[in-house]
Design a protein around this ligand. Structure first.
Ligand code: OAD
Length: 246
């Protein structure tokens, strides 16, 4: 596989008008961001699933903010890696290009991606539980407990937690792009958390898209896709861009 498979994806991209890329924690792994489902993702023996919930925040907002302060501190000095930059290059070459990320680390924007759809929100924004306004906030550490500058209400991270629904406008936009995708790349995601886990399958079934998975390991979805290419996103994506370049 390796390069030949990447070359095949590049040929499909060159022949297509519409490309959608879905990224997960794997694309930021080479920047130093811990993935969710590895042991590195743990904080004081808590799993993300135990802290990233509205119930956890209601029960113990200090604990949840301490965890976000740990994550903000960890991510703040990190830089995008060649995988992020390769997607910026790809975007320049494809007129109808959509980047959807499950990541909340902000690294696609930092790399220069124009308008990534951050479907799970971003840790660099906070939202007021009272007046619902949302603000950019890059303080590390953030003052615990943070208060809304407009109304004094309690602020929470502006991210989507387990058990919460995605913004319907965002979801609607994503499905519109998936339904016209000719090629889709599914990069560095374990494809366990819905609805993102179904996007590759939606693109394949509804749009007949050619779907390629790029992941360090095989996933439970690998057999469903047209190609499953094993390797690091930070190496495979730059190779892909080299083949796509005229
Ligand atoms: P996971 O941690 O579940 O999966 C990361 C995937 O990346 C795995 O399949 C790894 O094999 C792969 N991987 C690791 N390093 C890689 C590399 N250098 N190059 C390519 N692939 C690599 O993360 P997600 O699938 O993104 O949700 O998790 C999805 C959602 O679950 C997250 O957005 C978050 C989490 O709970 C919310 O916060 C709502």
């Amino acid at each position: 596989m390796g390069n030949e498979a990447i070359r095949q994806v590049a040929e499909k991209i060159k022949a297509s008008n519409s490309v959608v890329v879905l990224t997960g924690a794997g694309i930021s792994q080479e920047s130093g961001v811990p993935t969710f489902r590895g042991k590195d993702g743990l904080w004081k023996d808590f799993r993300a699933e135990d802290l990233a919930t509205p119930e956890a925040f209601h029960r113990d907002p200090v604990l949840v903010w301490e965890w976000y302060n740990w994550r903000r501190g960890l991510i703040k000095p990190l830089k995008p890696n060649p995988g992020h930059y390769a997607l910026v290059e790809l975007e320049k070459r494809i007129p109808d290009f959509t980047l959807v990320t499950q990541n909340v680390d902000g690294l696609h924007r930092a790399a220069g991606s124009k308008d990534p759809i951050e479907m799970h929100g971003t840790i660099w924004r906070v939202r007021c539980l009272e007046c619902k306004r949302s603000f950019e906030n890059r303080e590390v550490p953030i003052k615990i407990l943070p208060e809304c500058e407009a109304c004094g209400g309690l602020l929470r991270p502006d991210v989507v937690w387990f058990g919460e629904s995605l913004d319907t406008k965002i979801l609607h936009a994503i499905y519109t792009y998936l339904q016209r995708a000719e090629v889709m790349l599914v990069v560095g995601t374990s494809a366990i958390v819905q609805p993102a886990a179904s996007f590759g399958i939606v693109a394949k079934r509804t749009a007949g898209a050619f779907v390629a998975e790029l992941n360090r390991s095989r996933t439970h979805q690998s057999p469903v896709f047209d190609l499953s290419i094993q390797g690091k996103a930070g190496e495979l994506l730059p190779q892909l861009v080299d083949y796509v370049r005229p």
